[in-house]
Design a protein. Structure first.
Length: 532
């Protein structure tokens, strides 16, 4: 294993990841986008957007789901063609018709889902498409030396011979950044780069971005995490409904006013919640649970926990430590190799997803396009999936289409899905709006047990606040909730008890009231939590 194959060098003396002062106010922009318009049918994703990026700047792009921020950056990277508007690079008007053209102008993009080949080495992934096949096959030492030199120049320590499939998520992310630097990119666009990594990994990523900033690179960061914006951004642009509603420089924004700009109103205060009665019924019990992956390696080992009626048990850990396998085992998507799962005192160790649904279990998986949605079906059809399986909206073998559509209209409006058309295909929606459809279906069933894995990944602050409110409502109604998340703010906002998974073991469990961020960060890194 090469778990340390990528370690960013510490920022140069005097620079920290939250310095945020590298960009030069008034400097000529390296990129200017003016009057950008992009329309999809009746939806105007970008409505005359102006955006600019300065030298040595980290510029955060914020907005609710459907606000147009990812569309804007896809236009800059040549993945989407604008209907109107102009783009200038270094003061020269350009037409960016493809990612290859964008790269030729020094613009690169790191997508939320990485474009890496796991069986290739770091060096092979970095140079793929930019070197000849002869170099890749017969001059591996030369290629690795070139990659090593680029990594050293930008303060990214690597083992260029490491296999990518053996590396951690944050290491793979830095390989994607290195790919762009190797190709000479001076502008890097990062789409939700912290959605799958923990606090220590976020620190390393921000140290890398800070080093790039001080070496003259410019970064556009798309994120929903406002605390990160305050930590790292030199400037912020906020989009709402396809239009720019705010541009602010460091020192002139905070989490609260950014949230207000995104949503258009103040978020409601978090309501107080009652403690879980100690004698509350146990709705989920897991004993000595073990799960083996397809490659024969253990994913979970001797996992024990219980969740009571009206309790939220939050589970956190750096991605790849068994969270996915735990969620799949609890949801009936994966059979455990040993151990027991009980739902309301009945054995559910080998229950199918349909059987669990019939017992009042709702599930939100982390892979919505694999398990939660059928991309080519309409939103109305996707919202009715569990009802169809349960025979609740059919008679004599015929579906009640009118009832399906009416239910969809209600849920799409209630959960703020955009576009709110029951006839729209799930594939046409943004990732955040697809997630809202899943949440609408699963939470509206009033489950007695909810297994939720990364439920707000990709959601904006307003949608996240709404979902958290729905979770609290379910909790007050007596639903037991297993919340598996990478968002520590979400964990602390919702959980009554907290558990940390590390290398497939539940190494730390405590009441949320006794947990600190320092304890969580230490446990997620595999260390004994530090004293408060």
């Amino acid at each position: 294993m090469h778990s340390d194959a990528l370690n960013p060098r510490e920022p140069a003396s005097g620079h920290s990841a939250d310095a945020g002062t590298a960009s030069t106010p008034g400097a000529n922009p390296v990129v200017t986008m003016h009057g950008i318009v992009k329309t999809y049918g009746s939806l105007r994703a970008n409505d005359g957007v102006d955006f600019d990026l300065r030298p040595s700047e980290i510029h955060c792009l914020l907005g609710e789901n459907g606000a147009g921020k990812t569309t804007l950056m896809k236009i800059l990277f040549g993945l989407v063609s604008p209907d109107a508007g102009e783009i200038e690079v270094q003061g020269q008007r350009v037409k960016i018709s493809s990612p290859a053209v964008a790269l030729s102008h020094g613009i690169g993009m790191v997508h939320q889902h990485f474009m890496l080949l796991p069986n290739f080495t770091v060096a092979e992934n970095v140079v793929l498409g930019s070197e000849s096949n002869f170099d890749l096959r017969f001059r591996a030492d030369v290629v690795e030396a070139r990659v090593q030199e680029t990594a050293n120049r930008f303060g990214i320590g690597i083992d260029p011979s490491a296999r990518v499939g053996e590396l951690s998520v944050d290491a793979q992310q830095r390989i994607e950044i290195l790919k762009l630097l190797y190709r000479g990119a001076g502008v890097l666009i990062l789409d939700e780069p912290t959605s799958s990594i923990g606090p220590k990994q976020i620190e390393r990523l921000f140290a890398t971005l800070d080093e790039l900033r001080h070496q003259g690179r410019s970064v556009v960061l798309i994120t929903h995490r406002l605390s990160e914006v305050v930590d790292i951004a030199d400037r912020v642009t906020v989009l709402r409904l396809g239009r720019v509603v705010r541009v602010a420089a460091r020192g002139n924004f905070g989490e609260r006013d950014l949230a207000r700009a995104m949503v258009g109103a103040d978020l409601p205060p978090r309501p107080p919640r009652k403690p879980v009665p100690p004698d509350a019924e146990t709705l989920l019990r897991v004993r000595a649970l073990e799960v083996v992956r397809e490659d024969g390696n253990a994913a979970l080992a001797e996992v024990d926990f219980a969740v009571r009626r009206g309790e939220v048990f939050g589970i956190v850990g750096v991605e790849g430590n068994g969270q996915r396998e735990l969620a799949e085992a609890l949801s009936g998507l994966r059979s455990p190799s040993s151990g027991e799962i009980e739902v309301a005192s009945e054995d559910a160790s080998r229950a199918s997803p349909r059987e669990l649904h019939a017992r009042g279990v709702s599930t939100i998986t982390e892979d919505r396009l694999r398990y939660d949605l059928i991309a080519d079906m309409t939103l109305a059809e996707n919202l009715a999936l569990s009802d169809v399986a349960g025979g609740r909206i059919s008679s004599g073998g015929f579906l009640n289409r009118r009832r399906i559509r009416a239910n969809a209209v209600r849920l799409l409006a209630e959960y703020g899905v955009s576009p709110a058309s029951p006839d729209a295909k799930a594939a046409a929606l943004s990732g955040g709006n697809q997630q809202k459809v899943v949440l609408a279906r699963e939470l509206s069933r009033n489950p007695k047990l909810l297994i939720a894995s990364q439920p707000t990944r990709g959601l904006d602050v307003g949608a996240t606040n709404f979902v958290h409110g729905q979770f609290r409502k379910l909790r007050e109604q007596g639903c037991a909730i297993v919340l598996i998340t990478l968002d520590l703010d979400e964990l602390m906002a919702l959980a009554d008890r907290v558990g940390v998974l590390f290398k497939g073991k539940l190494i730390y469990v405590d009441d949320a009231i006794d947990v600190s961020m320092e304890k969580l960060a230490s446990a997620m890194a595999g260390f004994e939590p530090v004293a408060a």
